[in-house]
Design a protein around this ligand. Structure first.
Ligand SMILES: NC(=O)c1ccc[n+]([C@@H]2O[C@H](COP(=O)([O-])OP(=O)(O)OC[C@H]3O[C@@H](n4cnc5c(N)ncnc54)[C@H](O)[C@@H]3O)[C@@H](O)[C@H]2O)c1
Length: 340
């Protein structure tokens, strides 16, 4: 099959591409290597995903990306240095390739930065996503997997969070863009019969995790003997999901879309195991065999108190079976972190 992955040089996207290529599929990756975090990390993600030698000589961004594109030219993989806000540029790609299914992961992620730059989040996460759907309409493309987020649940009190719960109360611009994506996605499904699965990911971690996310940030600070920012009283809790389980969930969603028609589904992809901040830090300390220095700080605006996924729907509809517990997942993350 020919898959188009957006954001394929990021954390989740690079793992997905790696899995799809290993299964013998063709992949087109659209990524603009945005500056949300260092582009060099995204180059390394890309090299790992296509199983290329990691001895890459870095110079400056534009040159490096050009070199990466020529290095990664293979029959089964095409990389486009392309912004999803640029519809004309996207259109050229749609004209050039026969695409069977899109997995749309490109986005500005991160809750706190969205409070600083809400308009940019709106442009990328809403307009950029609509550009893709407009092109699906024009090019008669009918299968679409879209990254949503557990953040749409806001501070809902009913735990665990189920897809049927009300999500009218997001508490950050990022969460609102994701909810908006779910609603607009339904419009495109209804009007143009685009089969679509919206996946609500619950805090994903593992090798290549984004450096802005807590587990990665804490591991780095602990390794450098620096203080870790410890927000609140340690009882905030997350349903952490190991990257391999997320990739299983995405590939099972792809299969579901390929085998069914008239689909619009929203599906939680979590682990269904809740870990509080205290437990998270102590698990990293154990895996790193090193103590953290905690700097106590108040809770941050936009941060939710707790996330916990009800994954009954994922299990029954697509056969999702997450099987990496937090201790094992952190061990694998720390092994990668210390090796890199
Ligand atoms: N990592 C998580 O815990 C998590 C949780 C919930 C939802 N998500 C969602 O999953 C998706 C992937 O997240 P991730 O953690 O891999 O993030 P990431 O930042 O590592 O990957 C996103 C990729 O999209 C690219 N991108 C950003 N803006 C773009 C644009 N305008 N045009 C083209 N490419 C662009 C970036 O360069 C990056 O490579 C995102 O949609 C995110 O909102 C992630």
């Amino acid at each position: 099959m020919n898959y188009l992955v957006t954001g394929g040089s990021g954390f989740i996207g690079s793992h997905l591409i790696e899995r799809l290529l290993k299964k013998g599929h063709s992949v087109i990756n659209i990524d603009n290597f945005d500056d949300f975090y260092n582009y060099q990390i995204k180059i390394k993600n890309t090299l790992e995903s296509i199983d290329e030698n990691l001895d890459f000589e870095f110079s400056e961004k534009e040159t490096d990306i050009r070199n990466l594109i020529s290095l990664s030219k293979s029959k089964k993989y095409t990389l486009y240095y392309q912004d999803i806000r640029d519809k004309k540029g996207l259109e050229e790609i749609f004209k050039t390739h026969k695409i069977d299914l899109i997995i749309h992961l490109a986005a500005l992620a991160g809750v706190r930065p969205s409070i600083e730059r809400p308009l940019e989040y709106e442009e990328v996460n809403i307009r950029g996503t609509m550009n893709l759907w407009e092109l699906c309409k024009d090019f008669n493309l009918k299968k679409f997997v879209c990254a949503s987020s557990s953040s749409v649940y806001g501070n809902n009190e009913k735990i665990p969070f189920a897809e049927t719960d009300n999500v009218d109360n997001p508490i950050s611009p990022y969460a609102a863009t994701k909810k908006c994506g779910e609603i607009l996605g339904h419009v495109y499904h209804d009007l143009y019969k685009i089969d679509m699965i919206q996946l609500r990911f619950f805090t994903v971690y593992g090798p290549r995790q984004r450096p802005d996310l807590a587990i990665h940030k804490f591991a780095k600070l602990i390794s450098e003997n620096k203080e870790i920012p410890f927000y609140g009283d340690g009882t905030t809790a997350r349903d952490y999901t190991y990257i391999d389980d997320i990739i299983d969930g995405i590939t099972k969603s792809i299969q579901y879309l390929e085998n069914n028609s008239d689909v619009y589904e929203i599906i939680n992809l979590g682990e269904s195991q809740v870990i509080n901040l205290n437990e998270m830090v102590s698990t990293i300390e154990t895996a790193m065999r090193k103590s953290a220095i905690r700097k106590n700080l108040p809770m941050q605006p936009g941060d939710v108190q707790k996330t916990n996924a009800d994954i009954t729907k994922a299990k029954t509809l697509i056969g999702y079976k997450p099987d990496t517990n937090f201790q094992n997942g952190i061990k694998k993350f720390v092994e990668w972190f210390l090796r890199k």
